[in-house]
Design a protein around this ligand. Structure first.
Ligand code: SF4
Ligand code: SF4
Length: 369
């Protein structure tokens, strides 16, 4: 069986080169190796397609649009209507993977039903891990944390991906944009667990707990309980999924390590994204709207802390994240809006991704009217 899988991966590796050849060359960088990031201010369905065309790398073959369908109760996820012209033009499929925590998005059927309830009705939906999990070996890639990564098996079924990301805050990653959409979004639940492993959160101030039990009810590992009337995390049971961080209305559950230099979770996230970006051609669209401190996995995401900014498009995942981060910071009149709002900086994602050679933080913003 192992031998068959190895042969399959060898064939897949050989095919990746030809897939790149089939996709038209992007207008990515200028002569000084500065990545081009396209910007459109008005967030409309027509402009999403305009931005995709401007990026200059039109996908051929079977295309997946990696998207987030929004957690039940979440009000901030992106309106699916925004993608309508893009989906029609590319004849693409919306792709996602099941999550780790207690949610309708944990199982394929209820996940698809929720997506439809949220308006994702006019294109096919593929939950990439619905049949099986596959592994990619990472030897020779220079990674610190993984010898293999785990993906939904349908990841192999597509010739290229449009990574359509809602750029907003995230409880443990600082922000969630293209890197997180790729890293967590293509990972099987086993891969998600591997990224979160040892990421046990802490209760920062139990005296502020209102005993709403949101964290207890959403914990997939039954790791939270009241011990002598005080909310407590059992570190031996916790799988580090971070769901409790997103669900606490008092924001007293926090990642243990928010230090920029040693936030290992961010490195794990980037390493997963790195492997996926090596396997398939990808282009990136970030939508900077409904920007709150929590992600779309939160049923109770707070209201946005800044105004909508616009949309960015690029073939460079590092440049688009840096440009998005800079624009949100500028809109919020500070250096790091997510650090200011949630106490967690996501800059480690950008810095480590550049260190791995995934792209450059040097970018030129080109506005499209
Ligand atoms: S206690 Fe651990 S397993 Fe439970 S929700 Fe929080 S992070 Fe996830
Ligand atoms: S979600 Fe927050 S406020 Fe509610 S019980 Fe858990 S720790 Fe307390």
């Amino acid at each position: 069986m192992k031998r068959k899988i190895s042969i399959l991966f060898l064939l897949i590796s050989l095919c990746v080169g030809s897939v790149f050849a089939n996709n038209s060359k992007p207008n990515n960088t200028n002569n000084d190796s500065v990545a081009i990031v396209y910007f459109i201010k008005d967030i409309t369905p027509e402009n999403v397609l305009k931005l995709y065309k401007a990026i200059g790398m039109e996908m051929k073959g079977k295309i997946g649009v990696k998207i987030h369908f929004g957690e039940e109760g979440n009000k901030n996820f992106l309106n699916p209507e925004l993608t309508k012209p893009l989906m029609q033009y590319t004849k693409a499929t919306w792709v996602e993977t099941n999550v780790l925590y207690v949610s309708k998005r944990r199982f394929t059927d209820s996940h698809i039903n929720l997506a439809k309830e949220h308006g994702f009705t006019f294109a096919p939906i593929d939950i990439l891990d619905k049949d099986a999990e596959i592994e990619y070996q990472t030897q020779g890639m220079g990674l610190k944390h993984y010898k293999k990564i785990k993906a939904g098996s349908h990841f192999e079924n597509y010739d290229g991906y449009i990574i359509y990301s809602h750029f907003k805050g995230h409880g443990s990653a600082g922000f969630g944009g293209a890197i997180k959409n790729v890293a967590m979004g293509f990972a099987s639940p086993g891969g998600k667990m591997a990224q979160h492993a040892s990421d046990v959160p802490v209760i920062s101030d139990a005296s502020k707990c209102i005993q709403c039990s949101n964290c207890i009810n959403n914990c997939p590992a039954h790791a939270l309980s009241y011990v002598e009337n005080v909310i407590t995390i059992d570190k031996d049971k916790c799988i580090g999924c971070a769901k409790c961080i997103a669900e606490c209305p008092k924001k007293i559950i926090k990642p243990e390590n928010t230090n920029l230099e040693s936030n290992v979770f961010l490195e794990r996230l980037v390493e997963y994204a790195y492997v996926f970006t090596k396997k398939k051609p990808m282009v990136y669209i970030n939508v900077l709207a409904n920007i709150s401190s929590s992600c779309d996995c939160s049923a109770r995401a707070p209201l946005p802390f800044t105004q909508d900014i616009g949309m960015l498009g690029s073939v460079d995942i590092v440049a688009i994240e840096k440009a998005s981060h800079d624009l949100v910071a500028k809109g919020h009149k500070c250096d790091d809006a997510f650090l200011k709002e949630s106490g967690v900086s996501g800059m480690g994602q950008i810095n480590y991704a550049e260190k791995l050679g995934m792209g450059t933080i040097k970018y030129k913003l080109v506005e499209i009217k």
